[in-house]
Design a protein around this ligand. Structure first.
Ligand SMILES: N[C@@H](CCC(=O)N[C@@H](CS)C(=O)NCC(=O)O)C(=O)O
Length: 179
């Protein structure tokens, strides 16, 4: 039986880590298209039913098979990560579990502890947006630590599935949305 439905549109930046976690944990989720009016004005918005479940009308949003409706990418990520505690995405102890995004990358393989957590996924997903339009090869040469950290994760199969091929731009540019 399906775990639930994640609503998003392709490459929505705040959906990236949610989709990653669902895939990483092998949760059986449906992916459904939702087009917020600010991003796709030509499609008329997400509709009343969506708004009744997710009043802010944004993505990502999750509706579980039992009808729980959750929005905000951190809340969804947390909820998904909790489904499989042994995967360690929330850290390996209560001390590691809290908001884990203020650690330095330098000299570390992961932001928290010795394994992938949602802290890494949050940062990589945000950086991916930068690499989509702004972070060029030249930028990468000037930000070696961040770039190496990013590349280590971004090349994995799940990110590639969600975001496409890992490309570093020669020049900044591109249009939004690009799909
Ligand atoms: N605080 C929300 C923000 C969600 C958000 O802004 N999502 C964008 C797509 S990445 C969106 O749906 N924008 C449409 C809008 O602002 O109405 C979260 O972190 O999930």
């Amino acid at each position: 039986m399906s775990f639930g439905t994640i609503y998003t549109y392709p490459k929505a930046p705040r959906s990236t880590m949610v989709l990653y976690i669902a895939d990483y944990l092998n949760l059986d989720v449906n992916i459904a298209l939702a087009r917020p009016i600010k991003v796709y004005p030509e499609h008329g918005g997400v509709g009343e039913e969506y708004l009744s479940k997710f009043p802010v009308g944004k993505v990502p949003a999750l509706e579980t098979a039992s009808g729980h409706c959750i929005y905000e990418n951190i809340a969804i990520s947390w909820f998904l990560a909790k489904q499989v505690p042994s995967a360690g995405l929330l850290g390996s102890s209560v001390v590691e579990e809290p908001p884990v995004c203020k650690k330095a990358i330098k000299g570390r393989q992961f932001l928290v502890g010795d394994q992938l957590t949602i802290a890494d996924l949050f940062v990589i997903s945000g950086l991916a947006r930068g690499y989509q339009y702004v972070f060029t090869k030249d930028w990468a040469e000037r930000h070696v630590i961040v770039h190496e950290y990013y590349m280590r994760f971004r090349s994995d199969t799940i990110f590639t599935k969600i975001l496409g091929e890992n490309i570093v731009l020669d020049e900044p540019g591109g249009v939004y949305p690009d799909y």
